[in-house]
Ligand binder design. Structure first.
Ligand code: PLP
Length: 451
């Protein structure tokens, strides 16, 4: 693209440094400027319409034009545009939302702590875990085990938990006390001929060996996404979580479920924890909590976590953590209305039904010359591209094929996201079967154009 002087694209290049972007390349190609949204579609500045097959950033559950969320925000702005929850203050939207989240939690939970982004929430989880260990008189119990390819955010602590090279290289990360273990990515990481079951057993054994090598009394927690998103939509083998949880229980290690992508219907259940039988001590959520109309995130914590924190705060005099906008009334009101819409329209059921259709239709592409594997559950899927099906080797360098196919897909009116050579599909939960068919037809066309 050559940006016209003073065009919106040229001004973007002049003034705006983008997240997750090669800055020099951006100076050459400029932005795709999106102007408006309508259901599962968005429209760019030239009037071209796209199926937003990533729901923005895995997040817009109810689509891009939900008037009820606009109204909920407006009502709350007029009533009380800001208040906080420091030093015993509160207001109805956070109380109502906290009560609602505890009531729908997949396992018994005790309290909700509000933050503004997934990164902040995971940062907070880490701080709570350390505070708890100190409260319990176990100051040596501070290490947190995360997974390679896991994604937990970009603050100094949450980027350390993240197990992707671009989040560490040149940032001098990860910090101490974070260690990474293996990924349940059967297609890439299983040994030749290894069954999913045997692979899951091996990963659980590797975790146990890591715990023993580090010293079990130094390990405070394990964090994982039920289905890995940004790491390439990695769906674990059926018994993986059961086996991992057995190891954690043996060594008294807390489990943090990062439901920032999976939460609120994505995998066909309200929480990914239900789909995979995960029983977390801390459940982290964001994105679909408010359909990302406004920033909000939250941690559900059980009594095993809450009670020591409460004791320690009493000993010190305060729990010295919290954000100005954590528990902001406007996003909280939007989140509550968003949860009502999800429930009233059975969007979780829709994710299950239409998700099954999407999984079936995308798997029809598995025979394509450029497709190595199609995987997913509910309304989240990954199509992993390879240049050679037999060796599973990438084309030129890793990520080049993903970029190429994704470019064609965008030309064909579908916005996806290539995580290296895996294309992500994570559309709004309101998507219909015929819209899925349109999306899959565009993917097929983009694959053919890339041959
Ligand atoms: N955790 C997971 C599983 C995510 O996918 C993300 C973002 O994509 C985050 C945490 C970080 O959230 P945020 O970008 O809001 O900081």
């Amino acid at each position: 693209m050559t940006a016209q002087p003073n065009s919106v694209e040229a001004r973007d290049i002049s003034y705006h440094m983008h997240s997750y972007t090669n800055a020099r390349r951006h100076e050459e190609i400029g932005p795709l400027v999106i102007e408006k949204g309508d259901g599962i579609y968005v429209e760019d500045a030239s009037g071209k319409r796209y199926i937003e097959a990533m729901a923005g950033l895995w997040s817009v559950a109810v689509g891009f034009s939900e008037q009820r969320l606009v109204d909920a925000a407006t009502r709350q702005m007029k009533q009380l545009p800001f208040y906080h929850n420091f030093t015993h203050k509160s207001h109805a939207p956070v109380i109502d939302l906290a009560e609602k989240l505890v009531s729908i939690a997949p396992v018994p939970m005790s309290k909700v702590f509000f933050t503004n982004s997934g990164s902040e929430a995971n940062d907070t989880a880490m701080k709570m875990i350390w505070y708890r260990s100190n409260a319990l008189g176990q100051p040596q119990k501070k290490k947190i085990i995360s997974r390679k390819r896991g994604y937990h955010g970009v603050t100094i602590a949450s980027a350390s938990l993240t197990g992707l090279p671009n989040n560490h290289i040149s940032f001098d990360l990860p910090i101490a006390n974070v260690i990474h273990t293996g990924t349940p990515h059967h297609y890439r990481d299983a040994q030749p001929g290894e069954s999913e079951e045997a692979f899951a057993t091996r990963l659980a054994d590797e975790l146990e060996q890591l715990i023993l090598a580090e010293g079990p009394d130094t390990i405070a927690a394990f964090i994982g996404e039920p289905v890995m998103g940004a790491g390439g939509v990695v769906v674990p083998p059926a018994t993986y979580w059961e086996k991992i949880q057995a190891v954690l229980a043996k060594y008294d290690i807390l489990l943090v479920a990062d439901e920032v992508i999976c939460g609120f219907g994505r995998t066909g259940s309200m929480f990914g924890c239900e789909t995979f039988g995960i029983r977390p001590d801390i459940l982290v959520m964001s994105k679909q909590l408010s359909s990302s109309y406004l920033p909000i995130s939250a941690l559900l914590i059980n009594d095993r976590v809450y009670q020591p924190l409460a004791d320690e705060s009493n000993r010190i005099g305060t729990f010295g953590h919290g954000y100005t906008a954590g528990g902001h009334p406007v996003p909280a009101a939007v989140a509550l209305e968003n949860l009502r819409i999800i429930e009233e329209n059975d969007l979780v059921g829709n994710a299950k039904r239409v998700g099954a259709h999407m999984q079936k239709r995308l798997r029809e592409l598995a025979d394509h010359e450029l497709v190595g594997e199609v995987r997913g559950v509910g309304l989240i899927a990954g199509v992993e591209l390879v240049a050679d099906k037999a060796t599973r080797a990438p084309w030129k360098n890793a990520g080049a094929l993903g970029l190429l196919v994704n470019g064609h897909l965008q030309e064909n009116g579908v916005i996806s996201r290539n995580m290296g050579d895996t294309l992500g599909f994570c559309p709004p939960l309101i998507i219909t079967e015929s819209q899925v068919d349109d999306m899959v037809a565009a993917v097929k066309k983009a694959l053919d154009a890339s041959l």
